[in-house]
Write a protein that binds this ligand. Structure first.
Ligand code: RB5
Length: 148
């Protein structure tokens, strides 16, 4: 899979571990930054990765900030993005099965590296279930259309 990854200054170390983990599994990674420890604004990276996902430049996105919240909120402002903050594998699994999320977010100040890897692995290996969930996802996307 081709995966876009973005983060703020709080997540550099965790991002490096996640990239290594994903490369070992054979994924292609596009790193959209930041790659500096200098304080930066997470919405910038949320938007960049969100746009890459919406434009199908990558198959999906992974975003990391302190909590996962700010950077996912930013990505969710890009039309076509469904980003979910997941701090454990159950929510990660359900965000794919029922919500067809195309961006995974988590917090470098919330989860440790091993838990983050389990979350990422679960998320990448779960397919959308479709069926009644497709209708509900369509309803979410209708809200986006009505309000843009
Ligand atoms: C940065 O200090 C922090 O606010 C950011 O990483 C993130 O947690 C925001 O939601």
């Amino acid at each position: 899979m081709k995966i876009g990854i973005g983060n703020d200054h709080s997540a550099l170390e965790l991002k490096a571990e996640i990239i290594e983990f994903l490369k070992e599994k054979g994924h292609e990674i596009v790193d959209y930054g930041t790659n500096s420890t200098e304080s930066c604004d997470y919405p910038v990276y949320g938007e960049i990765v969100g746009k890459a996902v919406a434009a199908h430049e990558v198959d999906c996105g992974i975003l990391i900030c302190g909590t996962g919240l700010g950077i996912s909120l930013a990505a969710n402002k890009v039309a076509g993005v469904r980003a979910a903050v997941c701090s454990e594998p159950y929510t990660a699994r359900m965000s794919r099965l029922h919500n067809d999320c195309n961006v995974l977010a988590f917090g470098a100040r919330v989860v440790g590296a091993e838990l983050a890897k389990m979350i990422v692995d679960t998320w990448l290996n779960t397919e959308f279930e479709g069926g009644r969930h497709q209708r509900r996802v369509d309803l979410i996307m209708d809200i986006e259309k009505r309000n843009s």
